[in-house]
Structures are given as C-alpha cells and as structure tokens.
Write a protein that binds this ligand. Structure first.
Ligand code: BES
Ligand code: MN
Ligand code: ZN
Length: 508
C-alpha cells in the first residue's frame, strides 16, 4: 500500500488538479441531519432514505453552491450517541473508506472539523480531540490494507487509492490536522510492515528475512543493528534458545535494534522483546494438522516490535529504545530437541523440555536474561503469541497482560482502551510456578493445561530479577484472525504495535 497521507484545507479540496479530493468523508448521528456547515447537503435527494445508523453509508453528489470541484460526499452514520464507542467511530470511518475504494476513487479526505463537531454535538466528552482525530483518521487508512503480494491476478483493475487527506475547514484546526496526518502516516507505515511480515508465508518470512526487514528499518531511520547468529547464541550459553532452532534448517537470529537519539545515548533504555517464531510446527511434540498454517504468524510479537520501531523513528521518539526480535523456527528433524531433554539457559538454570511445542518461552527466557544483563533496562516489555490458553481465557480481541508494576499496568490498560490494543491483567502469583516442576531439572518448560497462560508467565519470570520492571503480553488471541471485518482484512492484525508505541513514547 503506497498511500500518501497529508493535511489540506477545505479550499484545497476544490483545487481539482493538484490537491483536490474525489470524495470527502463526513459523519452523522442517527435520525439527525448532518452538520449545517455544508451548504445544500441536507437537501440532497440521496439523503432521503439515510437514517444514520452505525456505519450506514450515503453517497451524495455534492456541489458547494459557491465553488466547483469536490464531487462526492460519503456520509457515514454513527448510530445512537448513547451507544457510541471508539469502535463505532473506527468502523464508520473504515466502512466509508472501503466504499471509496469500491468506487475506485484515488483521492479521499476526512473532514476533521466536521467529525469533531458532530461528536461534540452528540455529547461525546470522555475522549480528548487528539484521540478522536487519531482514531477516526487512522481507521480509514487501516481499512485500505490488503496482502496481495502472492496474488498473481490483480484483484482490482483500477489500482490503489493514492492520497488520503485530513481536511480542515477552520484555520484553527490546521495544527491538529497536520499532527493527525503525520501520526497516521508514520503509524500506518509501521502497521503495514508488521502485517506484511505476519501475513507472509514461512518459506519467505524466515529468520533471515526478519533480519533483512530489520536491517532495512535500521538503515532508513538510523538504528544501530546487531545480530546474534546460531553459533554466538550457543557460545554465549543460551541453551534454551538454541534448543528451539536445532531442528530447523534455517537456524535462529536474535536481532537487536538500538534507537539512541542525541542526548539520550547513555540513559537506561526501555527494552522491547518480541517472540519471532517464523513457523511453529510444535517440533517433535507436533501440532495437529488443522490450523497449523496459522503458525506462520508465530512471529507476530517480533513483527509488532519492528513495526513499533518504524513508527517511533518516524515520530522522532526522544528516548533510548532497544528492540530485540527473538527469531527461530520450531521444526522436527534429527537434530531437534526431544521431550525429556535438559538444556541449560543463559541464567544457569536448567530446563527439562517436556513439550517441544512450548518453545516460545525457551527463546524468550534467554532473551530476557540477556536483555537484563546487557542493558540494565528501565523497563522490559515482552510480547508473544505464547499460549493457546490465553486465547481460550480472553478470546480473540484481548491480550493477557502480566506486570510487576502497578502504574505501568494502569497505563497500559488505559492506553489500550484508547488505541484499540486492549489488554487485561492476569496474575503473576508464585504458586503457579509449582505447576512447572521437573524431577530431573530446575523446572519443566510445560505445566498443567489449567492456567496455561499464567504458568508460561511464571516460567518467564524465573529468568529476570525481582527488581526488574517487567511486562509480559500474551497476544496468542488477538495477533491473527482469519475472520476479518471492515477495519481489518482477515489475517494479521498488528496487535500490540500501538500499545508498545504508547509505552515507548509516553510512559513516565
Ligand atoms: N505459538 C503457540 C501458541 C499459540 C497457539 C499461538 C494458538 C496462537 C494460536 C505456542 O508456541 C504453543 O504451542 N504453546 C503451547 C504451550 C503448551 C505446549 C504448554 C500451547 O498453548 O498449547
Ligand atoms: Mn509452540
Ligand atoms: Zn509458538
């Protein structure tokens, strides 16, 4: 998707040649005529049957009585103000954009003042204008994403949307429109990167391809990049990590990006770690065939971390950030780890592999220890498609959150509610570690099925010190969804990118 996102004034919409737009998106509440700031719109015959129900659309051929240019208004309903949520706004904007694409329009705009004015008239006061502008605007951009790299026949003859403008009518709204356009541009470029990696097949998106993608982000934005390959991972003593890639022909890569803006080079960094299993067959404890193809997305955590890097660099994040992509592939061959094997982790603790399908925690445990030892971080966040149990517990839209710091937990709960990456707290109670006993090693990598997501979190906790501020996000539920909706195509969701970005930019 090569979409140019900008901010333009209402007058510019009518400059048909250069900056003009083919259609402008406007909003309306149910059973309420649209905002009177558009002369003549209310009387348009196309609105005769428009009720304004949530995501209902009306295409109005529009002429400002005093101007020529802008030909179409896409009016979209917001439903009943009493039932408003950011999801309603996101869906409405996304549906309007999808309609514009169906119409093969090249240049679409969203009228920011009209959206905010409508929301205000509906009595929506619990969100600030920046948040409303961002969510409305970015949702329309997300709706355009498609993964068609391997479709040999183009799905659409007329080609893609070219420009998406955030339109302001009042000069006082110019700054907000510009900030919003910039935010949408930078964040959606991260989101596209994350989704492309996550939707990509495992024969293409290998650990080496993850490295190439990271190197590209690093080169474009000025990150330092370093990569630990198989031999270094082994030599450093990361025996848990090495056990995972032993059975794969592709090896493993621990990819590390460092963002150190001027003045922040020596501050204690925020470290973000993503699970990057480019394919998880389960290994010798092999998974059932049904649904196994979805395990191409078992690197969703690493992809979200890399997408966050793309976005935070674009937004010139002022703090020191370390991103670690723990990449490997979990396959069963003659060199693969076996159930019953014992490995020694970087921390010195030994682990009995009772289930080779509990591989995510193996790569993460050594990466966590390495992160704490190497960087003395202010905070470590890891994000991983870690357990089917978390998906069972919280469903397909919400991530499990495990956190040692209450203020950070509160921050993430609130941030997720605004940006759509919703998380819900689960406990880090030590009793759960009793489920991970081994009679031969310090611990087993797999515990009881009951409380599986919590067991996994407690396992990870053994590999960092108690003083370390740490958050673990289990995104096995929301990372990948073969049921799509107006806002997202079936497949990768880029879940977590916005939440990580909020933490990177705004936490303390
Ligand atoms: N990658 C899976 C978890 C997963 C399952 C993610 C479904 C997304 C959708 C992970 O490596 C795994 O296999 N976990 C096992 C752990 C068990 C063996 C202790 C699981 O959840 O079954
Ligand atoms: Mn697994
Ligand atoms: Zn996995």
């Amino acid at each position: 998707m090569k979409l140019n996102i900008n901010a333009i004034s209402w007058a510019d919409c009518f400059a048909a040649e250069q900056t003009g737009v083919d259609a402008a998106i406007l909003f309306a509440w149910e059973d309420t005529p649209p905002c009177e700031c558009f002369a003549g719109l209310r009387d348009a015959p196309e609105l005769k049957d428009f009720k304004g129900k949530a995501s209902e659309l009306a295409l109005v051929y529009y002429r400002d009585p005093e101007k020529i240019g802008l030909e179409r208004i896409l009016l979209v309903g917001l439903g009943d103000p009493a039932k408003f949520s950011l999801t309603v706004l996101r869906m409405a904007a996304a549906n309007a954009m999808r309609r514009a694409r169906e119409l093969k329009l090249k240049r679409t705009g969203l009228v920011l003042d009209q959206m905010l004015c409508t929301l205000q008239k509906g009595g929506i006061s619990q969100f600030d204008e920046t948040a409303l502008a961002r969510e409305g605007a970015i949702s329309a951009a997300h709706a355009l994403y498609k993964y068609d790299r391997f479709k040999t026949v183009s799905q659409e003859e007329a080609g893609e949307m070219e420009t998406y403008s955030i339109i302001y009518k009042q000069p006082t709204r110019r700054e907000l429109a510009e900030c919003t356009a910039e935010f949408v541009q930078k964040v959606s470029s991260g989101v596209c990167l994350t989704k492309n990696l996550c939707n990509g097949p495992s024969n293409v998106i290998t650990p080496a391809a993850m490295e190439a993608a990271a190197a590209d982000v690093a080169a474009r934005h000025g990150f330092k990049i370093s990569v630990l390959r198989e031999q270094e991972i082994r030599e450093k003593g990361m025996g848990a990590y090495a056990a995972v890639f032993n059975g794969s022909a592709l090896g493993g890569r621990l990819i590390i990006l460092e963002w150190a803006p001027e003045g922040a080079e020596n501050e204690a960094p925020l470290v973000f770690i993503g699970k990057g299993l480019t394919f998880d067959s389960g290994g010798i404890s092999i998974k059932p065939a049904a649904g196994m193809h979805e395990m191409k997305s078992d690197m969703a955590g690493a992809a979200a971390v890399l997408g966050m890097c793309e976005a935070l660099a674009g937004l010139r994040c002022p703090r020191r950030i370390i991103a670690m992509l723990a990449c490997a592939e979990n396959m069963p061959d003659g060199a693969a780890m076996r159930p019953g094997d014992i490995v020694t982790s970087l921390s010195g603790k030994t682990v009995e592999i009772q289930n080779t399908d509990a591989e995510g925690r193996l790569v993460l445990s050594d990466t966590l220890t390495y992160a704490e030892q190497t960087y003395k971080p202010r905070l470590i966040v890891d994000i991983a498609t870690l357990t089917g149990a978390c998906r069972v517990a919280l469903g397909g839209e919400v991530a499990g959150m495990f956190c040692t710091d209450e203020t950070l937990q509160e921050f993430a709960l609130k941030a997720g509610q605004l940006n759509g990456d919703r998380v819900w707290p689960l406990p880090l109670w030590d009793e759960f570690f009793d489920n991970m006993k081994s009679i031969t090693a310090d611990m087993s990598n797999a515990g009881s099925r009951e409380g599986g997501a919590i067991n996994a979190a407690l396992f990870l906790r053994q590999f960092i010190s108690r003083e370390q501020t740490w958050m673990h996000l289990d995104i096995a539920g929301p990372a990948y969804n073969e049921k799509g909706n107006a806002l997202r195509e079936p497949g990768a969701t880029a879940f977590g990118l916005r939440l990580l970005l909020d933490i990177a930019m705004n936490w303390k």
